[in-house]
Write a protein that binds this ligand. Structure first.
Ligand code: GLC
Length: 434
């Protein structure tokens, strides 16, 4: 009970003008998928907060439909790099002049989040009206992904920047990022801010950061939506997690449309091939998991990592494949790891401390918990939930957590930013939602 109160207090303290920041120092603006997960949590105790949060996010939607990964509502805040002036998203004529935004997107979580909110507040006419009002904007967003990011019309879209995946510095991206050649003068000078706020060894390296800036500049050069991005970008990846989340959100849009008597014809069309193409293109028999696909070099990316588990959440695998994914988790559980480490613990790239290269992330546990329940793996779903609870109770509401049980014994705090919004909201939803 006390922890639930703490969680709500964190969200209250991170509340700004109608939305939350992920954490006050490190990330002082509105982040897209963070906001979605916060709206889930707040919907369990004050649905007005959720509606406000979502509304604010959609106030930054571009004319082409894109929802940016960051909205810079307060233009005075200069403590973050890259700030809105560095993104200069105005190069795209459809980018609103306010709020200012970044030029890339993040996982398409709002479909399934709206569905959850609607289901739990069915009797509330304000909520029903709100969902009706957001619905066409969401269709427009999904349409953006298919129109600008699916050159072969496969029902699978690409990303051209690791930050879009939400798993910024996962070892997944090392190979493609390594191919980027940074020559003298090919990126403008810049000054990072994150390493003066968080520990250097918990953040991406300088070399990685230069490459992030290179891809940002590439997007900017083509007004952030040009077809040329796909032609030129050395980083062109169909992400297993983002595509599974989109498929899940499409399903939710179809369900919402049924409930509220709306038109979902276009979504039904997208879904005709997305699920089967996903299953065919991303499943890797040897690794027994779903992998990402490198569209630039036309090959699967052979890593086991957390994105491969998200298809459970979108009901993509058949029961046999689902069982393989569950086994991966039960093995880790029996080997002294909390669930679910973000990267393959047996890989030389695994780093239990550095951001997306190994640690546990709360919102990932939320999705995987749901996914395991979908397939009837209730015991493992329970471990995914109780592991997150244990970590939060022992280490606090941090951004992410150590994966190795033996190390957790020796520490008294989590990693990254503290008093983190999605940690608080995932905790609230996991422990209170019906
Ligand atoms: C980091 C994470 C990303 C998240 C953002 C704000 O960039 O990798 O997933 O949305 O922080 O919390």
């Amino acid at each position: 009970m006390r922890q639930l109160d703490n969680a709500k207090e964190i969200i209250q303290n991170n509340w700004r003008d109608g939305f939350t920041v992920p954490t006050s120092e490190l990330y002082p603006f509105q982040w897209m998928w963070d906001s979605g997960f916060v709206a889930l949590g707040t919907s369990t105790y004050d649905v007005k907060l959720s509606m406000s949060e979502i509304d604010k996010m959609f106030s930054g939607q571009w004319e082409n439909g894109m929802i940016p990964h960051i909205l810079f509502h307060s233009e005075n805040e200069k403590t973050y790099f890259p700030n809105y002036d560095f993104w200069n998203s105005q190069v795209n004529v459809g980018a609103p002049s306010a709020p200012k935004s970044s030029g890339i997107t993040q996982p398409a979580v709002f479909g399934f989040i709206l569905k959850d909110i609607l289901q739990n507040h069915w009797d509330n006419t304000d909520v029903r009206d709100f969902v009706k009002q957001i619905y066409p904007k969401l269709i427009k967003y999904h349409n953006f992904l298919y129109k600008y990011r699916d050159p072969y019309h496969e029902g699978l879209f690409f990303i051209y920047h690791p930050w879009e995946s939400g798993r910024d510095n996962s070892p997944l991206w090392d190979e493609s990022m390594g191919k980027i050649k940074i020559k003298e003068g090919s990126i403008p000078p810049y000054k990072r801010r994150d390493t003066s706020i968080a520990h250097v060894d918990e953040r991406p390296t300088q070399d990685q950061y230069d490459r992030y800036v290179y891809l940002l500049e590439l997007g900017k050069k083509y007004n952030y939506d040009g077809k040329e991005i796909a032609k030129e970008s050395p980083f062109l990846i169909q992400d297993n997690m983002m595509n599974a989340i989109l498929i899940k959100s499409n399903d939710s849009l179809i369900e919402i449309a049924k409930d509220l008597n709306l038109d979902s014809g276009q979504v039904v069309e997208w879904q005709k091939q997305s699920r089967s193409n996903y299953d065919q293109k991303f499943w890797n028999e040897e690794l027994s998991t779903y992998v990402c696909y490198d569209l630039r070099h036309e090959k699967q990316m052979l890593h086991r990592e957390i994105g491969g588990l998200i298809p459970l959440f979108a009901n993509i695998p058949d029961q046999n494949k689902a069982k393989e994914l569950e086994k991966y988790l039960t093995d880790l559980n029996s080997r002294g790891y909390y669930l679910c480490p973000s990267f393959d613990v047996d890989s030389p790239h695994f780093d239990s401390k550095r951001y997306w290269r190994g640690p546990i992330w709360p919102q990932m546990n939320w999705m995987i918990h749901q996914g395991l329940k979908n397939y009837g793996f209730t015991e493992t779903a329970e471990i995914v939930k109780s592991d997150l609870n244990t970590l939060i109770h022992k280490l606090g509401f941090f951004e992410y957590f150590e994966a190795q049980k033996a190390i957790v014994e020796t520490i008294d705090h989590g990693y990254g930013g503290k008093d983190f919004s999605w940690t608080a909201s995932s905790y609230i939803h996991l422990n209170t939602a019906k």
